[in-house]
Ligand binder design. Structure first.
Ligand code: SF4
Ligand code: SF4
Length: 243
C-alpha cells in the first residue's frame, strides 16, 4: 500500500544505483515516524478554559465550519491559518505542534465570522486569541510584526487617550527598521493634514482628564498581565516552559 502521508516518512539516504544493468535506485533507510504522540499535556486546555475568553473551548466538536468560513483561510488563501486545527491542538495538548503556529495565530483579523457560524456557540475568535496568549506567555513565541504593532498602538494610545497616527507610524517604522520613501511620506502627510489628523507630538489632541484615567488603565493592564502569569503558574508551568 503506498504511503500517502509524506510527513510521516523519513528518508535517510536516496541513491541512484545500477547493478549488472538493473536499476536498483531507491530510498534507503526509509522508516515511518511514530503516529503515537505521548507528550500531550491536557493542562493547556485546562488553562485556556479557565480564562475569561477561553471558557467555550470544550464545546468544539471539530466540525470545521469556522475554518471553512474564515476569511484568512478561504479568501486570502492562508491555508496554515486554521482555527479548527488550533483548537484541536489545544484540546489534545499537542504543544509542540501548536507552537509552530505561535505567530500565525495572531493574524486573525477579528472579523468574527467564525463566531457567527459556529453551531456549538464557541467564541472562536476569543478562544484562539487565548491560545495565542498561552503561547506568548509560556515563551518561545517570537514577537511578530503584528505583536510589535499592537505594542506601539497601545503605548501610543495610553500617552494621551487619543491616537497620534503620525507618531504611531514613525514608531512602527522604527521598530521594523524601515524608512518610507520621501515621496510616499509626503503623500501620506498631506492626506493626514487634509483629514485634520496631522496634529502630532506636543500638538496632538489629548483626552480631557486622561492623566487620571490613563493611570487606572495602565494599572488594569498590569493587573491582567499579573493574573495571566499567576494562572499559568497555578496550572503547573504547562509544557515545561516558565511563564
Ligand atoms: S465551527 Fe465551532 S464546533 Fe465547529 S470546529 Fe469551529 S469552533 Fe469547533
Ligand atoms: S475572527 Fe479570526 S479566526 Fe474567525 S473568521 Fe475572522 S479571521 Fe478567521
Amino acid at each position: 500500500m503506498p504511503i500517502v502521508e509524506k510527513s510521516l516518512v523519513t528518508v535517510d539516504r536516496s541513491e541512484r544505483l545500477e547493478i549488472e544493468g538493473i536499476d536498483v535506485s531507491g530510498d534507503w533507510n526509509t522508516f515511518l515516524r511514530s503516529r503515537v504522540q505521548t507528550d500531550l499535556d491536557v493542562r493547556i486546555v485546562d488553562w485556556i478554559r479557565s480564562q475569561p475568553q477561553g471558557d467555550t473551548i470544550s464545546r468544539c466538536w471539530q466540525c470545521g465550519t469556522c475554518t471553512a468560513g474564515c476569511c484568512l483561510h478561504t479568501d486570502y488563501g492562508l491555508s496554515e491559518f486554521n482555527p479548527r486545527y488550533f483548537i484541536y491542538l489545544a484540546q489534545v495538548g499537542y504543544e509542540e505542534e501548536l507552537r509552530k503556529y505561535a505567530t500565525t495565530i495572531w493574524r486573525c483579523v477579528s472579523c468574527n465570522k467564525c463566531v457567527e457560524r459556529c453551531p456549538k456557540g464557541v467564541k472562536v475568535e476569543e478562544v484562539i486569541h487565548t491560545i495565542g496568549s498561552y503561547l506568548e506567555f509560556t515563551g518561545g513565541a517570537p514577537e511578530s510584526p503584528a505583536d510589535r504593532f499592537d505594542r506601539a498602538y497601545t503605548e501610543n494610545l495610553l500617552r494621551r487617550g487619543v491616537l497620534d497616527e503620525a507618531s504611531l507610524f514613525r514608531t512602527y517604522e522604527r521598530m521594523e527598521g524601515r524608512t518610507m520613501p520621501a515621496g510616499e511620506m509626503l503623500k501620506m502627510g498631506f492626506q493626514l493634514f487634509r483629514s485634520g489628523r496631522l496634529r502630532t507630538g506636543p500638538l496632538a489632541h489629548r483626552t480631557r482628564g486622561w492623566r487620571r484615567f490613563g493611570n487606572v488603565l495602565r494599572e488594569k493592564l498590569k493587573e491582567d498581565e499579573r493574573c495571566r502569569r499567576a494562572s499559568l503558574s497555578a496550572a503547573g508551568g504547562t509544557g515545561g516552559h516558565s511563564p
